[in-house]
Write a protein that binds this ligand. Structure first.
Ligand code: NDP
Ligand code: HSE
Length: 447
C-alpha cells in the first residue's frame, strides 16, 4: 500500500467540521477504495477553544493557516475558511507556491482569482480542486470538467444558492417572513458568514462565474455578471406567482449568444409544473444544455456541512488516485477572453407588479406606454388588497394604490425597462414597479 496522502485542513466551521466527521466515519475505507490511506496531519481555525462537536485534541494545531499551508509533511492543503481575499487567498497561494495540492470550497476566491490560481497550480503541476464550491453536494464540476468535456455547452443555469431557495420556499409554502426564514437558514449552516452574499445574489454569481468558465472555455469574469438578489421579493409577488401558475426562484443563467455570453442572476418566474419549480429548501438544481448529450438536470443538496464535505472528500480522493488536471479544464493559456452580450438584448416574457393609483385612465395610460414599445400584454389582473382580518374580504379604497399584475408576451429587456421608466415618470404608480423575468426553460425541465 502506498504511503498516506496527508492533509492540512484550515477552517473547522460548518464544512470543516463536516469533513472531519466524514473522515472519522469513512476514512478507514479509503485505502481499499483508492489504494491509498488519507491522514490529517494538521488543522487551523481562529479559536482553538471553540466547541465544534468533533474531537480535534489529537490533531496538530496551527494558529496560522499560511504556516499550515506551507508545512513540511502536508501533501494537500484544504481551504475551508472562505472569503475572496485575506487569509484564505494568502494560504492557498502559499500552498500552491510550495507545490502542494489544494482543495477548496471557496467560490468567492475562485470567482475573483481563479485564473491566476489555476495558472499557478498548472506551473507547479499540482491539483486545484473545487467541487464543493458550486452547488454543495452536486457533482457539477466533475460533470463539466470530465463527463461533458467532449460537448459544446450552450447554456448552464439553475438554482445555485441553498439559502435563497430555502427562504423563497419557506415564504411560499409556510407563509414565513423573509427575516425568519433567513435566520433559520443561518442556524442550519447554509448561509455565508455575511448572508448579504446569499440574498444579494453574489454567491450565485460567484458560482455562475466558475460554471461559465468551465462550460464555455473562457476566463472567469464575475464582474461582468448582472446581479439582482431576492430582497425585493414580497409576499404579494409570491401570492401572485402562485395564482398565475408560477413559482419564484433565484436563478443563475449563463448562455452563449451571437453577441457573447449572457450571464445573469435574478429572481425568475418558472412554471409551477417544471422540475426546477419543485426544487425546495436548500436543494440546488443545475441544468446544462450540451450539444451531443442534450439537456441534463442535476438536483441535490446545495449547502450544509455533510453534502459539502462529501464533495471536498471526493476532490481529496481524486488526488489520492493521482488525478491532476488543469483546474479550469482548458489550460489557462488557452482560455478565451470573456465577451459579454448586452443584457438589453435579452428576449423573454415579463411579470410586472405595480401599485397603480386607482383612478380613471390609469390602466389606459399604462397600456399605452407598453404598446408604444411594441410590448404585447398576455394578462392583466387588478388584485384585491390582502385582508388584515381573516374571513373578512378587504376593500379597495378609491384613489388609493391598487395592486396590478401584468404578464407580457415575449419582448426585450430594453423595451420593458423603458416602459417601466415611463410609467413611473407618468406618476400612475406609487413606487417603481417590480419586474421579474419569466424564464424559458429547456425541454428537460418541463415535466
Ligand atoms: P464557517 O464560517 O462555518 O467556518 C469558517 C471557518 O474558518 C471557521 O472554523 C473559522 O474559525 C475559520 N477561520 C476564519 N478566519 C480564520 C483565520 N483567520 N484563521 C484560521 N481560521 C479561520 O464557514 P463554512 O464552513 O460555512 O464555509 C467555509 C467555506 O466553504 C466558505 O468558502 C464557503 O463559501 C464554502 N461553502 C460553504 C457551504 C455551506 O453550506 N456552509 C457550502 C459550500 C461551500 P473559528 O471556527 O475558530 O471561528
Ligand atoms: N451559502 C451557500 C448557499 C452555501 O446557501 O448555497 C453553499 O455554497
Amino acid at each position: 500500500m502506498q504511503k498516506p496522502l496527508t492533509l492540512g485542513i484550515a477552517g473547522l466551521g460548518t464544512v470543516g467540521a463536516g469533513l472531519l466527521d466524514l473522515l472519522n466515519q469513512h476514512g478507514g475505507r479509503f485505502a481499499e477504495r483508492v489504494g491509498r490511506p488519507v491522514e490529517v496531519v494538521g488543522v487551523s481555525a481562529r479559536s482553538r477553544d471553540k466547541s465544534r462537536g468533533i474531537d480535534t485534541s489529537g490533531l496538530k494545531w496551527f494558529d496560522d493557516p499560511v504556516a499550515l499551508a506551507k508545512a513540511e509533511g502536508v501533501d494537500v492543503f484544504v481551504e475551508l475558511i472562505g472569503g475572496s481575499d485575506g487569509i484564505a487567498k494568502e494560504a492557498v497561494e502559499a500552498a500552491l507556491g510550495a507545490g502542494k495540492h489544494v482543495v477548496t470550497a471557496n467560490k468567492a476566491l475562485l470567482a475573483k482569482h481563479g485564473v491566476k490560481l489555476a495558472k499557478l497550480a498548472e506551473q507547479k503541476g499540482v491539483a486545484l480542486n473545487f467541487e464543493a464550491a458550486v452547488a454543495g453536494g452536486i457533482p457539477v464540476i466533475k460533470a463539466l470538467r470530465e463527463s461533458l468535456v467532449a460537448n459544446e455547452v450552450q447554456r448552464v443555469y439553475g438554482i445555485l444558492n441553498g439559502t435563497c431557495n430555502y427562504i423563497l420556499s419557506s415564504m411560499t409554502d409556510e407563509d414565513r417572513s423573509f427575516a425568519d426564514a433567513l435566520k433559520e437558514a443561518q442556524e442550519l449552516g447554509y448561509a455565508e458568514a455575511d448572508p448579504t452574499f446569499d440574498i444579494g445574489g453574489f454567491d450565485t454569481a460567484h458560482k455562475l462565474a466558475i460554471l461559465a468558465s468551465l462550460a464555455f472555455g473562457t476566463e472567469i469574469n464575475f464582474e461582468q455578471i448582472d446581479v439582482e438578489g431576492i430582497q425585493s421579493i414580497t409576499e404579494a409577488d409570491i401570492d401572485a406567482a402562485n395564482d398565475m401558475g408560477f413559482c419564484i426562484k433565484l436563478l443563475g443563467v449563463a448562455a452563449r449568444t451571437e453577441s457573447g455570453i449572457e450571464a445573469r442572476v435574478h429572481p425568475a418566474m418558472v412554471p409551477e409544473e417544471s422540475a426546477i419549480a419543485e426544487v425546495w429548501g436548500a436543494t440546488n438544481a443545475v441544468a446544462i444544455d450540451a450539444d451531443f448529450c442534450g439537456n441534463l438536470l442535476l438536483i441535490g443538496p446545495g449547502a450544509g456541512g455533510r453534502p459539502t464535505a462529501s464533495s471536498v472528500a471526493a476532490d481529496i480522493l481524486d488526488i489520492a488516485r493521482g488525478v491532476v488536471m488543469p483546474p479550469l479544464v482548458t489550460p489557462t493559456d488557452g482560455l478565451k477572453p470573456y465577451v459579454k452580450s448586452k443584457l438589453g438584448a435579452h428576449h423573454g416574457a415579463y411579470y410586472v407588479r405595480m401599485s397603480v393609483f386607482d383612478r380613471p385612465g390609469a390602466m389606459a395610460a399604462i397600456a399605452k406606454r407598453m404598446g408604444d414599445r411594441e410590448i404585447s400584454i398576455e394578462s392583466i389582473v387588478q388584485r384585491r388588497p390582502r385582508s388584515a382580518v381573516p374571513g373578512v374580504a378587504a376593500r379597495q379604497k378609491p384613489g388609493a394604490p391598487a395592486l396590478v399584475v401584468i404578464i407580457t408576451h415575449e419582448t426585450t429587456e430594453e423595451a420593458i425597462r423603458q416602459a417601466v421608466d415611463a410609467i413611473t415618470q407618468d406618476g400612475q404608480v406609487s413606487e417603481r414597479p417590480q419586474v421579474i423575468r419569466i424564464e424559458k426553460l429547456g425541454e428537460g425541465e418541463v415535466s
